[in-house]
Design a protein around this ligand. Structure first.
Ligand SMILES: [Zn+2]
Length: 245
């Protein structure tokens, strides 16, 4: 039997009376837990709540078996629906990426700090989501450099990007006779890319349209796909994007 602290990312019903929990564990990265007979119990298990779990190690199917749990911290309240969607997007992202168990604590801290930061925000939470992506990429060893041209490798303002998330400056694109391989960034997207590492200080200065949001999502997702050789589709990110007009 083991004890592990973990944040519940998602919950699925399993058979008549059981639940499967997808949990980001403090010391084991992502784990799946079966809570047998739990649907009939008084004590509900909630998403975005951190619990101290007592578990039996997996025998088959890789599922931990829940013995008992106690609530430690609640990360489930957000100031607006769009902020809730940003919390969902962060959780979905952390459920999807590969986290080595030896680095679990770092990722756990990053996600819980993200959720805490979001909680009181009314709007523009997607900016904090992109900052989360930036930090996750760098933890994963695929850090994205937002102020460097991938063609001339100089520190320059990004001007456009391609389907693999490569960034190009205006001079280089001009030399390529404005190749259609690249999509130019909107002025707001450029501003976000410039300010993203310290975006928390600029939340009030940025007014995103749906097309800015689509552009930056596209950049980050294509960059991830090109560097991880795996496409990343986040349902909750599409939901989050619907809040922008
Ligand atoms: Zn260049």
């Amino acid at each position: 039997m083991i004890k592990s602290m973990g944040l519940v990312l998602s919950i699925f019903p399993y058979s008549e009376s059981s639940l499967i929990l997808k949990v980001l564990s403090w010391d084991r990265a992502q784990i799946s837990i079966i809570a047998k007979g739990w649907r009939k119990k008084q004590q509900p298990i909630l998403r975005f709540v951190e619990y101290e779990f007592t578990l039996y190690e997996p025998k088959e199917e890789g599922l931990y078996l829940l013995k008992e749990l106690s609530q430690s911290r609640d990360y489930s309240s957000y100031a607006s629906t769009s902020t809730w969607a940003a919390a969902e997007a962060g959780a979905e992202l952390c459920a999807r990426i590969i986290i080595p168990p030896s680095d679990a604590k770092q990722y756990y801290t990053l996600l819980t700090q993200y959720l805490l930061y979001l909680a009181p925000m009314q709007e523009n939470a997607i900016l904090i989501f992109w900052r989360l992506m930036l930090r996750l990429f760098s933890m994963m060893g695929i850090g994205i450099r937002l102020q460097r041209c991938d063609t001339c490798t100089l520190s320059k303002e990004p001007f456009a990007y391609d389907a693999s998330g490569e960034i190009i400056c205006q001079d280089c694109l001009q030399e390529l006779s404005w190749s259609e391989r690249y999509t130019p960034f909107s002025p707001t997207s450029k501003k976000v890319l410039r300010l993203l590492p310290e975006i928390a200080n600029h939340l009030q200065d940025i007014h995103l349209t749906r097309s800015d949001v689509a552009e930056l999502n596209q950049l980050f997702l294509s960059y991830y796909a090109a560097h991880q050789k795996q496409t990343l589709k986040l349902k909750s990110l599409s939901v989050l994007s619907q809040f922008y007009v």
